[in-house]
Design a protein around this ligand. Structure first.
Ligand SMILES: *Cc1c(COP(=O)(O)O)cnc(C)c1O
Length: 389
């Protein structure tokens, strides 16, 4: 049986799969089981900022695996102590403490629970097109109907306002609002950038009304947008911040970063068996060191600006808009994106959708300009080929 047949037989069936089996990677390149090479602009859906087979991350994982893999938070641990100190050093100034977990949705769950603990309030305001994960709390903050409807009733008390509509947000925050949860750039929702007025306005409204500002930086964090965290572009000082995806160089890890307005959390109110395990902590330390020492956020800023500018030069009636911040770039088409993504794959470029009509690029931040220039050429070819779609 082929890899594809084996997986198809026993997998959950939840994912729409592409027909290739990826078996190896190096930097921004991937290989399938037929030895075809691809330029990777899926980037592990945001978990691949450090590049595939990153030597520093691989060495840290191998070394720590021979020392200690599991160590619950009932004990102290050297790697964990180092990591949380490191995280406080790179986080916004408002952040004081760190809760470690294992995924984006867990990080969001923790932020929601901590906002309730801090305020004694129950309700949340989220945004249309927002994506925050699939567990029941995070899903309640998520907008997309097809993710939500099969699982209703969700957690009560969530409302959604249009992204970048400050007046709507103003009207939605009441004295029952525990928190406002926002992405700085909406990822799954179509690579949509928050305006400074909206994001800073949300922060001011939260402070004025006693609600917590929760920034979801699961996708935008760790250099993706050209800064370590996207909120830095706007000088945001969140009360809670969820991070995950590239946090540990591709190993599963997440965190809720806890701000000064949240205050200390009552003992025993939350926790995780795997949270803060030394293996993930060692990987994360290596990943953050590598991001800093190789100036990957700066590289993402420069290369991302160049990439978006090159994409804007493509003359195709299919393009509605090119949007991006750093190496988080989207092309909104006037048509469904799937056939164009398939055509790109046939040309050796892997990219992602964001909703039905947006082509999204999340390459590893180690990618070089000649690879991205090949991506631009492939995109130009597929978007000017009238035999597709
Ligand atoms: C991917 C994502 C999540 C969920 O992360 P998982 O690790 O898949 O649970 C949450 N928020 C945002 C903004 C994301 O992009």
């Amino acid at each position: 049986m082929t890899i594809q047949e084996l997986e198809t037989q026993y997998t959950s069936g939840l994912y729409t799969k592409r027909p290739i089996a990826i078996i190896r990677g190096n930097g921004a390149h991937l290989w399938d089981s037929d030895e075809n090479e691809y330029i990777d602009c899926v980037g592990g859906q945001g978990a691949g900022n450090l590049g595939h087979a990153n030597p520093a991350v691989a060495a840290a994982i191998a070394a720590q695996a021979q020392i200690l893999i599991s160590c619950p938070e009932m004990f102290y641990n050297d790697r964990r102590a180092e990591l949380i100190q490191k995280l406080i050093g790179i986080a916004p100034n408002s952040i004081r403490r760190v809760y470690l977990c294992n995924s984006g949705t867990e990080a969001v769950e923790a932020c929601l629970k901590f906002a309730r603990l801090a305020t004694g309030r129950k309700e949340f305001v989220a945004t249309m097109r927002g994506f925050h994960g699939r567990t029941l709390g995070a899903l309640s903050a998520t907008w997309e109907k097809k993710y939500r409807e099969p699982f209703e009733p969700l957690v009560p008390g969530f409302s959604h306002v249009a992204y970048n509509d400050l007046a709507a947000l103003d009207a939605a925050i009441t004295d029952r609002t525990a928190g406002v949860i926002l992405e700085v750039v909406q990822g799954e929702g179509g690579v949509r950038l928050g305006t400074p007025e909206f994001l800073l306005g949300a922060q001011a409204l939260c402070r004025e009304r006693g609600a917590m500002l929760i920034l979801d930086e699961v996708q935008t964090g760790f250099g993706r947008t050209g800064r370590m965290f996207a909120g830095e572009h706007y000088g945001l000082a969140p009360d809670l911040m969820s991070v995950a995806k590239s946090m540990a160089g591709g190993l599963p890890m997440g965190a809720a970063l806890i701000g000064e307005r949240v205050g200390p959390l009552p003992p025993q109110t939350h926790g995780s068996t795997f949270g803060g395990n030394p293996l993930a902590c060692a990987a994360s330390l290596a990943a953050i060191d590598y991001l800093q020492s190789h100036h990957l956020p700066e590289h993402a800023a420069e290369l991302g600006a160049w990439f978006a500018a090159e994409l804007r030069k493509i003359d195709s009636p299919l393009i509605r808009e090119v949007r991006g911040l750093g190496l988080m770039v989207g092309i909104e088409l006037k048509q469904k994106v799937t056939p164009y993504l398939q055509a790109l794959m046939a040309k050796g470029v892997l990219a992602l959708p964001a909703g039905l009509t947006v082509m999204r690029f999340l390459p590893p931040l180690v990618i070089e300009q000649d690879d991205l220039s090949r991506v631009v050429n492939a995109v130009r070819e597929v978007l000017t080929d009238d035999r597709i779609a």
